[in-house]
Ligand binder design. Structure first.
Ligand code: HEC
Length: 124
């Protein structure tokens, strides 16, 4: 039983690594040397995500309302991303000081938030 579950773990891990690598490779093609945290960088902000972003996040993240990190301020975003993806996503979902829970976007999925953060941080 023990062997079975650890084998399964190895297979799952290998699959995760493999898919992660191929995503990264295609993302990084032609994008220079810039460092990109893996999961956020594979999230792309398509039209649907951007329309949600404009209706919610943009209210504060364009002007820096109440101290919100401004879209495209890569230095500030890099600093915030250092706490790790999970922590920053939690702050979006649960709220963080003047950042409202879900950023006023009730229809947003976690994948949307990833893409929005990547967009604001200038990662994609
Ligand atoms: C009402 C204004 C407001 C709206 C709307 C808003 N934010 Fe924020 N956001 C803030 C403020 C203010 C902060 C800074 C909080 C702090 O660091 O004390 C922040 C911080 C953040 C952070 C960084 C959190 C961290 O851990 O440093 C992320 C990521 C973020 N917002 C994403 C979003 C997304 C995605 C949306 C839209 C779905 C959104 N925000 C909508 C005000 C807003």
């Amino acid at each position: 039983m023990k062997t079975y579950s650890s084998n399964l773990f190895v297979i799952v891990l290998a699959a995760a690594l493999l898919s992660g690598c191929s995503n990264l490779a295609s993302q990084n093609a032609g994008s220079g040397e810039q460092f990109r945290p893996p999961t956020l960088s594979t999230a792309t902000a398509d039209e649907e995500v951007m329309s949600k972003w404009s209706r919610s996040c943009a209210l504060c993240h364009i002007t820096g309302e109440a101290g919100a990190p401004v879209v495209g301020d890569t230095a500030e975003w890099q600093r915030r991303l250092q706490q790790g993806e999970e922590a920053i996503l939690n702050h979006v979902v649960e709220g963080f000081n003047s950042m409202p829970p879900l950023g006023y976007c009730m229809a947003c999925e976690i994948s949307d938030f990833r893409a929005m953060i990547a967009y604001m941080a200038g990662l994609n």
